[in-house]
Write a protein that binds this ligand. Structure first.
Ligand SMILES: [Zn+2]
Length: 255
């Protein structure tokens, strides 16, 4: 559903910044959207806070030693971002499950540095429950929200929007996810029928990770039902109230 109207207002490349905890979070949450975004000559960046050291040690025939897992996951991440056309990731080099014990101020300062560098129009991070209630996801939510608020207070009118991956009430129930109300609002829904295959490929490329393989299988089983091929986001209450008037919101809603 593209309108020429939205495209005409799009004179500069828009910048997308995903801020996530583990290699593969960015793909599960937003690969389909990033692929479409980049195909229209916009740019996308991803911050990945940890090496995912505590993840599973391979799927199928692949068996990885625990001490090698972070480097395997880093190369899976790099290859996938290249596949999508994203820039190389900003790696914060924490260890898995370390984010919850890091001070929010310090983590937030690291995120803010990247925000200042790339000057995004859209920042996407986990909402308050982190979708899965993983402590790293929740910590990156708080740190990114804080970084966003600080950046916004200094950038005035040019502030980006902050959005969270969201799921319908029905989907949340189906997977027994205990989501915050902010993660059940579908303010921005992206039709990813044209990019679903790349998203599935990206998930399959995370060969180290069982969750990614299961999610790939689920998406692949459902993909002929065109209505299910979506990614949705809610706009954070930290975003200025007039977010509906932001050209980038119009652009996303018509992507
Ligand atoms: Zn994760």
């Amino acid at each position: 559903m593209n309108t020429n109207n939205a495209k005409q207002h799009h004179s500069i490349p828009y910048i997308w910044l995903g801020v996530f905890a583990h290699p593969d979070d960015e793909t599960s949450a937003s690969a389909g959207t990033m692929v479409k975004w980049i195909a229209e000559n916009n740019e996308a960046y991803v911050i990945t806070a940890t090496g995912g050291e505590l993840g599973t040690l391979g799927t199928g025939d692949l068996v990885i030693q625990r001490e090698n897992l972070a480097s395997v996951r880093e190369s899976e991440l790099r290859n996938n971002l290249a596949l999508y056309g994203c820039h190389s990731p900003f790696l914060l080099r924490y260890r898995d499950q370390e984010l919850a014990i890091e001070s929010t101020d310090i983590l937030s300062a690291k995120v803010l540095n990247v925000i200042k560098k790339v000057q995004p129009h859209v920042i996407v991070t986990f909402g308050p429950s982190g979708i899965s209630n993983h402590t790293d996801h929740i910590a990156i939510h708080h740190a990114t929200k804080q970084a966003y608020e600080e950046y916004k207070s200094k950038s005035g009118k040019k502030s980006p929007i902050l959005i969270y991956p969201s799921l319908s009430e029905e989907t949340a129930k189906q997977y027994s996810l205990n989501l915050s109300s902010a993660e059940k609002r579908m303010d921005i829904v992206i039709d990813i029928n044209s990019s679903i295959n790349v998203k599935i490929e990206g998930l399959r490329n995370y060969k180290s990770q069982e969750d990614a393989q299961e999610f790939a299988k689920r998406l692949n089983d459902l993909k002929n039902d065109r209505n299910t091929n979506i990614e949705s986001f809610s706009v954070s209450s930290s975003t200025p109230n007039d977010w509906q008037n932001y050209p980038v919101v119009d652009y996303l809603q018509n992507l």
